[in-house]
Every structure is written in structure tokens, then in C-alpha cells.
Write a protein that binds this ligand. Structure first.
Ligand code: GLN
Length: 475
């Protein structure tokens, strides 16, 4: 099988009779059979279903009725509902839980003739940066021995990286699409908040959560966004903004010259791995050589990114996760004689350590005595960060920085110290705190051959320009 990077090439080969959807699905299933035992990217594989769908789409190709994503074999993060399939959010508390309905984004993939091959490993409820917080075991990065995949959409990234599917749908609350994409040498897009319906996305922090694609090419990320974005009657927070043809890029030679600001504090930070810094500086120089204006911008509020993010997301999580009580769905303890003990034991046994930590933190910041000191204050700081970011984006088309301060960690390197783990999210959380779109594109390798990511953030609903620019960085 050819090493396909983008859907366009697959579709051309199907049209030319050189490959079929069935052959593609068989190829990916073979890779899953060979590699998943070690990498643990997929939690469920829908093999028979994917093969049947492949035959159906092959038929459509012959009839000339194939949809926009025909020929694309996709995996979905275990946090997305798919009717009749298990969606466990990487958690024991939802072990074996069968979705009653399908997430809008997943439904739209199906309607566009994508083939869904399975559900993918992730940190429990999306809480984590390495995929080590999954109740179903960690997912391994295919680029290096004993390296983490990144999180929380680790399985979604590794599945694409190891050629077990062409693309994945992940979710990004504070970097969970971009970070594993960066760690695995892929493209990861977090759209503007409200660009994509959250219906059927198991909630972690509702005012941050976004569904986004992980792909090998910017073109496929754009195509997927075209399909999944747009108004939805099931989610009243979704924007009615029309969805442009994101993947219709102008020829690279006609790329406009942009004004680009790089976050000085991020690029000059002493915490940055030397090779990440060198790759970022080199990219900035390259951008300048392409005729773009590149300037350093100060972002003194950078030290508040993580506290703001972790106060508000844990608060929202403590509320969202209160529904897992052993009554409505999922796991229930076997040993309780009264209701209160049942709640307590179910939650203590069903949730992993990090999720319990966040529920407690979130409950604390929302408690009557500390609400104003933490929750209200963090909301105010969120506004300040947003205003300042918007102000910068009046002056610049894009804000850029490395996706993460370092490349993928060794397994277990950060698990004992949550603060160290949270620090890895420093550059990704801003986009979620302010609700803006951001993308991670590959930017070379470190000395151990581990991928480095470069992040670009744009103004609200500027995905068209963002994707076109990202395409010029990673054509
Ligand atoms: N690592 C971040 C967290 O643990 C981001 C997670 C995400 O985007 N779902 O909250």
C-alpha cells in the first residue's frame, strides 16, 4: 500500500482504479493487528462495520455518488459518542457504556462517507497531557522507544502516526489535539470555540471543549473542519457563521504576506528544550525570509495562563462529572448498602487518581468560602487574557510559538508531579482560555528524532487564513 498523506491522493487512486476502500480498510486493519498490541492507540476496532462501509463507498465511487470524505478512514477519540458503540471516555466509570446517540461531528463524518474504523485511547475524560491517565493503559508514541504519545488525544495521534487510519477526531480543552499532534509529528487543529458542535462530546470543561482533527496534512484538517463545522440544532452554543471552503487553498506562490507576532516570553523562556528553541527561531527566520513581518510581542500575562486554565477547567469538571453517580449510567460499586455509600464508593472506584484530584480542586474553587478568591478571580483574569490577546490580533494576523516547551517525555517521567505535567500545557491553553483557533504543524525533530511542533493562533473564525498559512508552513 502506498504511504498516503492526504485524502486527495487516495480519491484520485480510487478513481483511477488503483486502490479500493476495502483494500484501504484491510491495510489499516492489518496495521492495527500488528501494532496496536504495543502502541495501544485503539480501544475498540469496528472491523466488520468498517469493511461493510468500505464496500458501500466503493459502490458509490462506481456510481459517482461518493461524498466529500469518501475514502477517508477515520478513528474517533473515546470521548465522542457513536450510537451503538462503547464510549468510555478512557474511564472505568463508563466501562462498556454504549452511546445512545451519535455526536454531531461524528454523524457529519458518516454523512460525508468517511469510514470509522474504531475508537481511540485517551486520558480519562481528557484530563492529561500524556495519555498515561487512561484506565485502559497508556498509549505509546511510535517515534521513539518508551516515549509518551502526548495527551489527552494520544490514541488519536498515534493511530495516524502509525498508519492505522488516515485521520482522527480528537478533542481539545487545553491542547489535547495540538499537543499529541506536536509530539507525533502531525497536524492538529483546534477550531474557534463554538465553530463545531459539542453535541455528543462527553463534557470535561464545557466553556473550553472543542472537537478538532488530527491529520498528516493541513489539507485534510481543513477538509474535516469543513465537514464537521457549522450550526447544529442540538447545541445552541454553536455559531451560525457560514462555513467557508477551508480546503480550497490558493496556490502557495500567491500566499499573502502576513504580520506575525511571536510570544517573546515563550520563545525566550529558559524552560524551553534547546532543540525546540532552535527549531522555533529557525522557523521565525524562515518566515521573515518569505517576506512576512515577524515581531516579538510581550505577553506579561503568560504566568496566569495555567492557573486560570486549571482553576476554571477543574471547576467546570467538578460540575460536569457529578452526573457519574452509579445511577444513571456506567459503573456502580458492588459493595454498598445505602445510597450515599453507593455514590461515594462508585466515584472513588470508578474515577482514576487525576480525575479525583481535579474534582476535588474544582469543588474547592467553587465552594462558598473560596468562590470569589479563585473562581470569580480566574474568570476576570480570563477576560484580561482574552482582551489582551484580541488586542494583539488586531495588530498581527497570527501569534506563533512552539506547541510545547519540550518534545515527548519518557513514559512515567511526569506522572508523579502534577505541576510538572501541567507546565507542559503552557503554550496550548491560551487558545482555549480565549476561545480562539490554533493549529500545530510539524517543525522538525530533536536530536533523538522526536517531533517538534510549531503553533499558530489566529483571531475568532479566522480558520480560513489560519489553515492557508499553516499549509504554507507544511505543504
Ligand atoms: N492537558 C490539559 C489538561 O489536562 C489539556 C487537556 C485537554 O485538552 N483535554 O487539562
Amino acid at each position: 500500500m502506498k504511504n498516503y498523506i492526504k485524502l486527495k491522493d487516495i480519491q484520485a487512486d480510487i478513481q483511477a482504479g488503483e486502490v479500493t476502500c476495502r483494500a484501504l480498510v484491510e491495510y489499516y486493519l492489518k496495521n492495527i493487528a500488528e501494532k496496536n498490541g504495543k502502541l495501544n492507540a485503539f480501544l475498540q476496532v469496528f472491523d466488520q462495520e468498517a469493511l461493510a462501509k468500505a464496500d458501500e463507498i466503493d459502490q458509490k465511487f462506481r456510481q459517482g455518488t461518493a461524498g466529500k470524505l469518501a475514502g477517508m478512514v477515520v478513528g474517533i477519540k473515546d470521548l465522542l459518542c457513536y450510537k451503538g458503540h462503547v464510549s468510555s471516555a478512557g474511564s472505568k466509570i463508563l466501562e462498556g457504556f454504549e452511546s445512545q446517540f451519535t455526536a454531531t461531528a461524528v454523524q457529519r463524518l458518516l454523512e460525508a462517507d468517511a469510514i470509522i474504523i474504531g475508537s481511540q485511547n485517551c486520558d480519562e475524560f481528557g484530563m492529561g497531557s500524556t495519555n498515561e491517565n487512561s484506565a485502559y493503559g497508556a498509549c505509546l508514541n511510535a517515534a521513539g522507544e518508551n516515549r509518551v504519545a502526548g495527551g489527552s488525544s494520544g490514541g488519536s495521534a498515534v493511530a495516524v502516526q502509525a498508519d492505522m487510519c488516515l485521520a482522527s477526531l480528537g478533542t481539545d480543552t487545553g491542547g489535547s489535539v495540538r499537543m499529541p499532534a506536536g509530539f507525533c509529528g502531525l497536524v492538529g487543529l483546534k477550531p474557534t470555540y463554538t465553530r463545531v458542535s459539542r453535541w455528543g462530546l462527553i463534557a470535561y470543561a464545557s466553556s473550553f471543549d472543542c472537537i478538532g482533527p488530527i491529520t498528516k496534512s493541513v489539507e485534510d484538517a481543513a477538509l474535516l473542519l469543513e465537514v464537521i463545522a457549522g450550526a447544529d440544532t442540538q447545541d445552541s452554543t454553536v455559531s451560525n457563521e457560514p462555513v467557508p471552503a477551508y480546503a480550497a487553498f490558493a496556490p502557495l506562490a500567491q500566499s499573502p504576506k502576513y504580520r506575525i507576532g511571536y510570544l517573546k516570553e515563550a520563545v525566550e523562556s529558559t524552560g524551553l528544550q534547546a532543540e525546540v528553541k532552535a527549531a522555533t527561531v529557525a522557523k521565525l527566520a524562515w518566515l521573515e525570509a518569505q517576506g512576512h513581518t515577524v515581531e516579538a510581542v510581550d505577553f506579561p500575562l503568560i504566568k496566569y495562563f495555567l492557573p486560570t486554565y486549571y482553576i476554571l477547567t477543574t471547576a467546570e469538571a467538578s460540575s460536569n462529572l457529578s452526573r457519574f453517580d452509579g445511577v444513571k449510567y456506567g459503573y456502580r460499586t458492588a459493595q454498598a448498602s445505602d445510597l450515599i455509600t453507593m455514590y461515594k464508593k462508585t466515584r472513588a472506584e470508578g474515577f482514576g487518581k487525576e480525575v479525583r484530584r481535579r474534582i476535588m480542586l474544582g469543588t474547592f474553587v467553587l465552594s462558598a468560602s473560596y468562590y470569589d478568591a479563585y473562581y470569580t478571580k480566574a474568570q476576570k483574569v480570563r477576560r484580561l487574557i482574552k482582551d489582551y490577546t484580541d488586542q494583539l490580533l488586531q495588530k498581527y494576523d497570527f501569534l506563533v510559538c512552539p506547541t510545547t516547551p519540550t518534545t515527548a517525555y519518557k513514559m512515567g517521567e511526569k506522572t508523579e508531579d502534577p505541576i510538572q505535567m501541567y507546565l507542559g500545557d503552557l503554550f496550548t491553553v491560551q487558545a482555549n482560555v480565549v476561545g480562539l483557533p490554533a493549529i500545530s504543524v510539524p517543525n522538525g525533530l530533536d536530536n533523538d528524532g522526536m517531533p517538534i511542533g510549531f503553533q499558530v493562533m489566529a483571531g475568532a473564525f479566522q480558520e480560513e487564513a489560519l489553515l492557508a498559512f499553516a499549509h504554507s508552513l507544511h505543504p
